[in-house]
Design a protein around this ligand. Structure first.
Ligand code: MG
Length: 159
């Protein structure tokens, strides 16, 4: 049986924070605000993975009220979610993600994000798609207020 999961995440962009997407630190004058490292791509992917297995969500596992997850490496959290999904009897087929932001241009960093995600999810890079889009200067992703990410994950049962 195959199953699909969906994930969404958004974070504010502010000065004095790092911009980390898919575990890649991207040079920019602003970064994402959050309790963890606020890696929107990792968060959307985590929720997509968990969603495919109907295992709840990232926030339920690593609440932002818990000091333990302050400045947490979200790629590590993604890896833990993936392990949980695997232990529940699923293998990953593929993921596809879209990051929505106006600036900076992400094209030079996409390949490294895909490689990082593939490594954490235990698959080869050809199973991982990451795309970046602007929202044509509309809304919070368009005026530089924030970044959003969407992801879907397809898994199949191992038993
Ligand atoms: Mg988040």
């Amino acid at each position: 049986m195959i199953r699909v999961g969906h994930g969404f995440d958004a974070h504010r962009l502010v000065e004095g924070r790092r911009l980390v997407l898919g575990g890649v630190a991207i040079p920019f004058e602003k970064g994402t605000l959050g309790h963890s490292d606020a890696d929107v791509l990792a968060h959307a992917l985590s929720d997509a993975m968990l969603g495919a297995a109907a295992l709840g969500d990232l926030g339920g596992r690593f609440p932002d009220s818990d000091p333990k997850w302050k400045d947490a490496d979200s790629m590590l959290l993604l890896e833990r979610c993936a392990r949980e999904v695997h232990d529940a009897g699923f293998i990953l087929v593929n993921v596809d993600a879209t990051i929505v932001l106006q600036r900076p241009r992400l094209a030079p960093h996409i390949e490294r994000m895909r490689r990082n995600v593939a490594q954490r999810l235990g698959v080869t890079i050809d199973h991982i798609s990451v795309k970046a889009k602007t929202s044509e200067e509309m809304g919070y992703t368009g005026d530089g207020t924030g970044i959003a990410a969407y992801a879907v994950a397809l898994v199949e049962t191992t038993r």
